[in-house]
Design a protein around this ligand. Structure first.
Ligand code: ASP
Length: 410
């Protein structure tokens, strides 16, 4: 229902729709709530941060009706929008308007699409909590203007961003769908077109009662819609780059998009969406392996300012039965460090009571991360610590299912 002209999306005027002129392009200042934080490296706390973001490129009319949904497409960067530098052969980001020229199929959507692009677009290896805050600010500032949001993002850290957004957008009632591609959208065999087009379709899909079909932060990739905070990048070569090992896909895409409605979370309609912006990055991941030395474990647990450890253990949450390991973990826990046990296995859940080698960890104060992905455990800890919570509160909330990120059977 709209055309791409002169490098930008142009929506034809719609009948019976109110006309709203282009939004002003101006930097927006975000005043973050003042919460206690005495530690170094505590991000985004007690300060006002100016995120120079501009309003989306809107089209000729801003409107929403029951039969004409609207989607905001946020382009952060990544392979999907890259082009090969003829001199170096390396992939580099290029202009988003150019990217859209490669997808003339977007014209055929019965859906209004506005765009916002990061300037400059980034490789997702450069993604960080300040940029998550920027994405959340864009979404929350335009929350009432759109039915859904699609975020184009590099695949390398997409799972981390999806986890972070799932915690930052509390009581989300609209779809936020992340996607990207393994091959740039300008290439003949690209997977980007398919991913982008279907992500937009999912972001604008509604149930018969008019409510959004998937009011969750998700990753859509290669025919599967996955809960974002359950997803891991598993493949740097194939098109099926992501997998949700511990939670089934929310939808499978073939000729039809088959939604598994019983698996999709629904927001509390009595509460508004509440955006959060705070993170504390004093978190470390410690992977156990046979032969690991005390000096290594001790150094990690004594990193200045460290507040939480994601401990990647064996099988169902087991660790070597070494006196020094138990002592180091117990002392760290007693110093106030939160230690979360997740398994090195891709599928399955931590059950520390199952073997003596797991039970000993429980007795040192290590808590279960259940079936969390590593991406989820790290971002959830940074999120909770960022809000100035004490050790007990962080432990309690790590044990709670905040956004569908863990499976608790009891
Ligand atoms: N390096 C790229 C990124 O994550 C890879 C990709 O987009 O697939 O930004």
């Amino acid at each position: 229902m709209y055309n791409i002209r002169q490098g930008r999306l142009v929506r034809p005027p719609c009948k019976d729709m109110p006309f709203v002129p282009h939004l002003q392009r101006k930097p927006i200042q975000i005043q973050f709530p003042s919460l206690p934080c005495n530690q170094r490296n505590c991000l985004l706390l007690n300060k006002s941060v100016t995120l120079h973001y501009h309003s989306p490129q809107t089209t000729e009319c801003e409107m929403k009706t029951a039969d004409c949904p609207s989607v905001l497409l946020i382009y952060t960067g990544g392979t999907i929008g890259m082009i090969e530098n003829p001199e170096t052969g390396a992939l580099e980001s290029f202009n988003f308007d150019e990217l859209l020229k490669h997808v003339p199929e977007l014209k055929r959507f019965n859906c209004h699409i506005s765009t916002y692009q990061f300037n400059p677009p980034i490789d997702s290896s450069d993604m960080e909590p300040e940029l998550w805050a920027k994405i959340v600010k864009i979404i929350s500032s335009h929350y009432n203007d759109y039915d859904g949001f699609v975020i184009l993002h590099g695949t390398d850290t997409m799972a981390y961003t999806a986890c972070a957004l799932s915690f930052m957008l509390e009581n989300l009632s609209k779809p936020v769908i992340l996607t990207g591609s393994q091959l740039p959208i300008g290439m003949l065999r690209t997977d980007g077109k398919e991913n982008l087009i279907t992500a937009i379709e999912i972001a604008s899909a509604r149930r018969p009662d008019g409510t959004p079909m998937v009011p969750e932060v998700c990753i859509f990739f290669e025919n599967e819609l996955m809960r974002g905070n359950r997803t891991t990048k598993i493949n740097a070569e194939n098109f099926n780059a992501f997998r949700s090992f511990n939670y089934p896909p929310l939808a499978k895409v073939g000729i039809h998009i088959r939604y598994e409605e019983h698996l999709i979370r629904r927001p509390d309609p009595s509460r508004p969406m509440k955006p959060h912006y705070l993170f504390d990055t004093n978190v470390v991941v410690l992977t156990l392996f046979p032969g690991i030395r005390e000096s290594i474990v001790s150094s990690v647990l004594h990193v200045p300012g460290i507040k939480a450890v994601v401990l990647k253990t064996f099988g169902s949450g087991n660790a070597p039965q070494k006196e020094w390991l138990i002592r180091q973990l117990k002392e760290a826990s007693d110093r106030g460090i939160v230690i979360v046990n997740i398994t090195q296995c891709q599928r399955g859940v931590v059950e520390m009571q199952r073997y003596g080698t797991g039970l000993q960890l429980l007795q040192t104060g290590v808590i279960s991360g259940y079936d969390s992905t590593p991406e989820c455990a790290v971002t959830k800890l940074m999120f909770l610590l960022g809000h100035g919570l004490n050790q007990q509160e962080v432990r309690r909330l790590m044990d709670s299912n905040l956004a569908g990120e863990i499976t608790k059977t009891c």
